[in-house]
Design a binder for this molecule. Structure first.
Ligand code: ATP
Ligand code: MG
Length: 414
């Protein structure tokens, strides 16, 4: 690392490089074994480059369980922080300044960072927290904490508080270089998008399905989206919401496609031929059959829904079982055991809630009977579906599907 740092110009002929900032991302090593680790790290690196696509990062290297990225001057700390928070696989990260392995240089940088913190908000208490991965450095972590702490304290008149500091100065001593930062920022956690496979999310425009999408992306799955709508039978509100939600969620994985499936024709057929109480189950089955067909085309291995057990009529155990039999792919339901209020808090945290609660005319509520069957039997459903030209409905819907391509940070194109 030292040689590489010098070769790559991290140090300018021995002068301090305190002007150069680095994003230091840290991942959990424990979960990563053998070859898996390299796949994980390669994907993490790729995803970081993509999320900063408009800044073209090119100096990235690895050091233990850290990925270290040189930040271009034009990239502000704020943008770097916002974007890094979108990267699954990072447990935490910091925006750090590199200095030579020299305690005086470290102290100067620590004082400069603490002074910035004080300027932003008049913090009065602080602590220094150092880690020494390079054991050959002359001082132990505790000695570094003490020396740097004393310097910051006397230079800026701040008080040390080890228990509950208002500001933390983090120092990492690595081979050939020390990094100093204003503390660690909690990352998105999870696994890098792309390491665990591909899924197709049934995105309704409601509260639940965006949360389901987030949960799967956080487990390393790359997702695309499908939304069923009854436009022009109803307003375009649900389509618009699905577009907005898909664009928002795309920030976690740089790109995605949203497939908008016109569902009015299938609904008319169902209303004309299927007894009222069974319509909800049959709608869902047709949806899943279409989604499976589309999953095949985008290379998704599973379907993902925002269902949670018992929440509405179609989400009883019996109905879910019958509904999923219409899919050729496994159906993952990451929210199955969550209460609605837990889902709502997560949606608020993800900032999808505000969009989700905008009024729309859901393609399914439009035709939902007052007393839907909650315990549908397979023979009844099969009998009802025999009246439908199921294959034709599916093929027709697939043919009229509209595709929206989302990209982040680049602008959306269609
Ligand atoms: P949500 O809040 O996600 O809409 P919900 O509580 O309204 O969920 P349902 O309407 O029964 O529940 O839908 C269950 C799941 O089926 C949704 O989470 C979603 O994955 C899928 N789904 C429902 N309607 C649509 C739609 N119009 N387009 C795509 N997927 C849908
Ligand atoms: Mg819904």
């Amino acid at each position: 690392m030292h040689l590489r740092a010098v070769r790559e110009g991290h140090f300018n002929k021995g002068q301090s490089t305190s002007g150069t900032r680095y994003l230091i991302g840290r991942y959990h090593e424990i979960t990563l074994k053998g070859r898996n680790r390299w796949r994980f790290v390669r994907q993490l690196k790729h995803n970081l480059v993509e999320v900063f696509g408009d800044y073209s990062l090119n100096r990235i290297h690895l050091e233990g369980p850290r990925i270290i990225v040189e930040l271009p001057r034009a990239l502000t700390d704020q943008i770097a922080t916002e974007r890094a928070k979108l990267i699954f696989g990072l447990q935490n990260f910091s925006i750090s300044h590199a200095v030579p392995l020299d305690i005086e240089a470290i102290k100067r940088q620590a004082v400069a960072i603490a002074a910035c913190g004080v300027a932003a908000c008049p913090e009065r208490t602080f602590r220094v927290s150092s880690r020494r991965a390079e054991k050959r450095f002359g001082l132990t972590s505790m000695e570094i904490d003490r020396e740097v702490g004393a310097e910051v304290s006397s230079a800026l008149g701040l008080k040390v508080d080890l228990e509950n500091p208002q500001m933390t100065i983090s120092i990492e001593i690595l081979p050939g270089v020390a990094y100093v930062s204003a503390g660690k920022i909690t990352g998105a956690g999870g696994l890098p998008v792309g390491v665990t496979g591909r899924g197709l999310v049934l995105l309704s425009g409601g509260i639940d399905s965006p949360v389901a999408a987030y949960r799967m992306m956080r487990r390393g799955m790359r997702v695309d989206f499908v939304h069923f709508h009854s436009y022009p039978l109803v307003s375009s509100a649900s389509r618009d919401k699905a577009r907005e939600l898909a664009a928002h969620l795309t920030r976690y994985q740089a790109r995605s496609s949203l497939m908008l499936v016109p569902f009015a024709a299938a609904q008319r057929e169902i209303v004309a031929r299927v007894p009222r109480p069974l319509r909800v189950v049959v709608y869902r089955r047709v949806m899943l059959a279409i989604a499976s067909e589309l999953a095949e085309r985008v290379g998704a291995q599973v379907l993902i829904t925002g269902e949670s057990l018992g929440q509405v009529a179609s989400q009883t155990l019996e109905n879910m079982m019958i509904i999923q039999q219409a899919a050729r792919h496994p159906v993952l339901r990451p929210l199955i055991g969550m209460d609605k209020n837990e889902i709502v808090s997560e949606a608020r945290r993800l900032s999808t809630f505000e969009t989700s609660i905008q009024p729309d005319e859901d393609c399914c509520t439009l035709f939902t009977p007052a007393h839907p069957e909650t315990h549908a039997r397979f023979d009844q459903v099969a009998q009802a579906e025999a009246m439908l030209a199921m294959d034709q409905l599916v093929q027709q819907a697939v043919k009229s599907t509209e595709i929206v391509l989302n990209a982040f940070p680049r602008p959306t194109t269609e």
